[in-house]
Write a protein that binds this ligand. Structure first.
Ligand code: DX5
Ligand code: ZN
Length: 237
């Protein structure tokens, strides 16, 4: 677990005509990571950015890239997204185990490919995927991403059961003697960050909650402080 809860602004909510300016604005506002939402129009209905934009972001960003792959064929496309050496690459559990393969075998292969490229490996769960699917591979991941909205679009409302799911991931990891980072993504603001902070979230992704705020530095600090305060309160309780 990080001492400090990390904030990763989702570039999907930014002004795409001025991406470099938007990246600098996040850096100056105190963002820890930059969250890059890749959607293929198949795994999710939306289509966003691909490798050319990802690699250009990587070439200018001064903070680590946190790439969230919402794609149907991660084993095929993962190597492309690893070329620019992002700090973390996350794939979806629901995209593994297709075409008759075992999801657990696919998961181990994803981790191998990502680690071989020198990046950290994350696994994401949609809100209706049981947390227990992670039991056989929980020791393999550097990060678990608990989606607090159904992936596809920014600006959705936080699903209330998500905090409890964060707690279940933390408990599953603890029982297995491991401690991957726990990331939460979707509908995050100072209010919802408190719910997930209390349950063990380490990294909070926010799109509209940061990019649509008048003061992005205040929005980032608001989310961070709220999550950290509720984490401390939960520890003392
Ligand atoms: C949803 C994406 C999120 C989203 C976050 O599919 O993975 O990263 O853009 O946006 P907000 O914080 O606005 O829900
Ligand atoms: Zn995301």
């Amino acid at each position: 677990m990080f001492d400090r809860i990390r904030i990763s602004p989702s570039i999907l909510s930014s002004d795409f005509m001025n991406l470099e300016r938007e990246v600098r604005s996040c850096e100056e506002a105190g963002a820890d990571w930059l969250h890059v939402d890749v959607m293929d129009g198949h795994f999710v209905p939306n289509l966003t950015i691909g490798v050319p934009v990802e690699s250009q972001l990587a070439s200018i960003a001064r903070i680590p890239l946190d790439v969230h792959l919402m794609i149907s064929n991660p084993l095929v496309q993962l190597p492309w997204f690893l070329t620019c050496k992002p700090a973390v690459v996350t794939v979806h559990w629901e995209a593994l185990g297709r075409d008759g393969a075992s999801a657990v075998d696919d998961a181990r292969e994803v981790v191998r490919i990502v680690h071989e490229a020198g990046s950290k490996a994350g696994i994401a769960l949609k809100p209706d995927t049981p947390v227990d699917v992670l039991a056989p591979t929980i020791d393999a991941w550097d990060m678990v991403l608990v989606m607090s909205v159904f992936p596809g679009f920014s600006g959705q409302s936080y699903i209330p059961e998500s905090a409890e799911r964060v707690g279940r991931v933390a408990a599953l990891a603890r029982a297995a003697g491991t401690a991957p980072l726990i990331q939460v993504d979707g509908g995050m603001n100072a209010t919802t960050a408190a719910y997930v902070g209390a349950q063990g979230a380490d990294v909070i992704v926010a799109g509209n909650g940061i990019f649509k705020a008048d003061d992005r530095a205040a929005a980032i600090e608001g989310i961070r402080c709220s999550a950290e305060r509720s984490r401390s309160a939960a520890k003392e309780a």
